[in-house]
Structures are given as C-alpha cells and as structure tokens.
Design a binder for this molecule. Structure first.
Ligand SMILES: [Cu+2]
Length: 457
C-alpha cells in the first residue's frame, strides 16, 4: 500500500517533471500549488487584498490560496491521488485536489477575473467543470465537448470573469462516474461585490459525497449505482465531522452541495431557516419560506440562512436515517419482537456460537464493541454527555453559545443545560405534577477530544 511518505515524495517528483516539460518561462508563470494533508478544519481566511468579504469555513477542509497577477486572481489546482481519513479508524485511498478530498474551497469575489491552472497528476485524463457558474462555453470543462481532456502530466488553464455571486462547485467532466466516485469535487464560493449583501457572521461550506467500501478495504467501488454505505459531509462521517460553533444571535449560512447519487433532506434542530441561495443564484427574499428541513437534490447547492437564537447543542443531519449510519450489512434480518430463547435455540442449531442480537432494536450497536475488520468504522458511534449518540454518517452538532468570540471555531464542549430544562424520568407513584428528578450528565463522560483537533493554521 502507498504510504503517505512515499506518496508525498512521489508528488514532489511529479511536480519537478511537470514543470520541466512545460518550459522555463511557463514554469515560472505557473503559481505554486499549495497542498494540505490534514482533515482538520482550517480557520477562515480573510482576503489579504482586494474587496473584503466574510470568508467561508469548510468543515474538515480548507480554502485554496491565490495570488494576484496583474488584475487576474490566479489559483492552481492539482488533481491527484489522496489519502483521506474518513473518521479516526478509517483511511480511504481516493482522488482529489491539492492533497485532499474534497478539494480546497475556492473563494473569490463577483467581478474578479480568475485564472485557474489545473495540473493532472492522476493516472488518467481529467477536466474541471465549474458547476452553476456562468462561463464562456470553451471554459465549461466538458472533456471532448468544449475542450480536449487534460492528459496525464499536463497543465491546462481556465480563465473567466465571475459574473454572479453565489454557491457553486467544481468537479471533473471526464470519466465522470469514476472520478466523482473517487472523490473529485470541491466548493466554489463567489462572494457578492457588496460586502453587506446578505451578510452573515458565520458561513459554512459542506459537500455531500458517498462511497461504497467493502469491509476492510480502502478503495471505493466506483461502479456502485445505489448501494452506498459511507455517507459524508466533506468526506468525513460522524463522529469525525467538525462541530459548527456559532455565537448566540449570529447570522449563519450553511452551503450544502450534493454530489452523491441521491437526494439528502438536511435537517436543522432548534431553528427555522430559509433557502437564500442555490447554484442558480440568490433566492429573492419575497420568494423564501420558512423550513426546518431542506431537500438537497443531486447536483445542486442549497445555502440556508438563519439567526442562531437558541443556545444549545443542536443536531444537524441528513434525515434519511440510513445516511446517519456507517457501513452496515443491508441483508440483516429483523429480529425485533422475537423471543430471545426461541431465537437462540434456532441459532445454536444453525450456527453454534453465533450471537443473537437485535430483538429489542439495534440501539445496542451504539455501545457494542464488536471486533471489526481493519479500516472499517462501526455502524454508529460517538458519545455525548448523556451516553452513546447512536449516529454515524451525515451528522454533526451545531453548538450555539453565548459569548463565543467572532472567528472562534474551537469546539466549546458540551452544552450546560440550565437546571430543570432537560427531559427527565418520572417514577411510579408520583402524583399530580411529576417530581423533577434532575437529569445529570454521566459524571464519567467528559467531552472526548475533538476528533479532528480543530487546528488553526
Ligand atoms: Cu442523506
């Protein structure tokens, strides 16, 4: 298996090779291609020059640095093999850009002229399509239709004016089924020219991607059409997904882009929101309506805006309940309600030593420590202040807190509920008004260290 060290050494060699063949003058003109190998969240990057904007935060991701060359904003994407930690305990061998999948978020401003270099270090040709963006036809990135595919080892340049602000994506339009199933995608955010237009205090970017991994393997099945088993926010699953820390009464935007092969109803607890923007542009305020769940169809972006006016730890997740699970067998028989003794007897007869499980539901999976094949995640995991959180996949927590400093994205820990505000057990014999047996977090359960560490870079 390719080790990280060998892989990096290999990339460096490839870079030297690529620049050597493209000629000295051109090599000097190509901007550096930054690389990021960590799945931890990079703090938002305010623009170093030019028009100010509120930068986006990519959960478990980062933003691509750029340089000015005359009046062109220049970026350099490198399509290449990457290793992605899906969550602690599982490394996937995927394809992406500049060291990660999803690729870095590209941020620019309406009216910018952008020049995007794309170097192909994949084992096959590729191209980049700027999804939802209004570009000249020859810059649309459809291999064979609007440009030749970018051959292995070559660098192509895309140049266009950013006509409209909004929430977009980039992904290949070459061998699309394979390249997207291998993780090639990224967010592209164009900020409005007027920094006060629909301004928010926190702006999160999430791309939904899905994979089919057979147990114990690190390469996804790229020909899978429907039976995916790893459902991700930015190629991470719960409990490996960054939390979303939000200051009380801040205005929040979450941009959700879907490059899976099915729709995802994204549900936010404790708040009502409106869809402010799609990959077709801004939704006029007069055309918005309140929502608690928004369906994000395949190949679209939905940006939701809301006021975070309720303190607490609020679940933020896909509402398809099998998308908040990690890899599991889908042919498991339903034993709910079956009498254990009869079941055990039958099982002992058929498969001596087998475990009878699931007669009361599958919640026990949340705390069960079963031996797993290497490089495979439990179906559900993660522990909260009150016990196991029986989730995996597309699930994270929005942590709304009073007094959170602007720009602070460190995990504030678990919410401390005001006394008397947590659901509680009643006891037999309680008469009239139920006696309030205060529910306390389990004392032994400290908030676990944040899986991704939330390093600031
Ligand atoms: Cu879903």
């Amino acid at each position: 298996m390719l080790s990280r060290r060998n892989f990096l050494a290999g990339s460096a060699v490839a870079l030297v090779g690529a620049t050597a063949v493209s000629g000295r003058a051109q090599a000097a003109a190509i901007p550096e291609a930054p690389s990021y190998s960590s799945p931890s969240m990079q703090a938002p990057v305010p623009p170093a020059s030019g028009q100010h904007y509120q930068p986006v935060v990519t959960l478990n991701g980062w933003t691509l640095p750029w340089r000015m060359n005359g009046d062109w904003k220049e970026f350099h994407l490198v399509a290449e093999e990457v290793e992605r930690e899906i969550a602690p305990g599982m490394i996937a061998r995927l394809w992406g850009y500049n060291g990660q999948t999803p690729g870095p978020t590209i941020e620019a401003v309406e009216g910018d002229k952008v020049r995007i270099y794309v170097t192909n270090r994949l084992p096959e040709h590729t191209s980049v399509h700027w999804h939802g963006m209004l570009v000249p036809n020859g810059m649309d990135g459809v291999g064979g239709l609007t440009q030749p595919h970018i051959p292995v080892g070559k660098t192509f340049v895309y140049e266009f004016l950013l006509k409209k602000s909004g929430s977009f994506m980039y992904h290949p339009h070459s061998d699309e089924m394979v390249q997207m199933a291998m993780g090639m995608m990224g967010s592209f955010v164009i900020h409005p020219k007027d920094p006060n237009f629909r301004r928010v205090d926190r702006d999160f970017a999430i791309i939904l991607s899905s994979y089919r991994f057979d147990p114990g393997t690190s390469l996804p099945q790229v020909t899978e059409m429907t039976d995916f088993n790893i459902w991700t926010f930015n190629a991470r699953v719960f409990p490996g997904i960054d939390v979303m820390p939000v200051g009380l009464n801040e205005r929040v935007r979450v941009r959700v882009a879907n490059l899976t092969m099915t729709n995802h109803p994204i549900h936010v607890h404790g708040h009502h929101f409106a869809v402010s923007c799609t990959d077709g542009g801004w939704v006029p305020e007069s055309a918005q309506w309140p929502e608690a769940t928004v369906d994000v169809p395949v190949g679209t972006v939905r940006a939701i805006d809301f006021l975070a006016d309720a303190p607490g730890d609020w679940a933020f997740h896909c509402h398809k309940s099998h998308h908040t699970m990690n890899a599991m067998g889908h042919t498991v028989k339903n034993f709910i309600g079956m009498r254990q003794a009869a079941l055990r007897q039958a099982l002992d007869h058929a498969t001596p030593g087998a475990m009878a499980m699931g007669t009361d539901g599958m919640a026990e999976m949340g705390s069960m420590k079963m031996p797993l094949p290497d490089n495979t995640l439990p179906m559900m995991s993660g522990t909260g202040p009150f016990g196991p959180i029986e989730m995996g996949g597309m699930f994270t927590v929005m942590k709304v807190r009073e007094g959170l400093a602007p720009g602070d994205y460190t995990d504030p820990g678990w919410y401390k509920h005001p006394p008397g505000t947590v659901a509680f057990a009643v006891e037999a014999g309680d008469a009239g008004e139920p006696h309030r047996h205060e529910t306390k977090p389990a004392p032994s359960r400290e908030p676990p260290p944040t899986p991704s560490g939330h390093e600031h870079h």
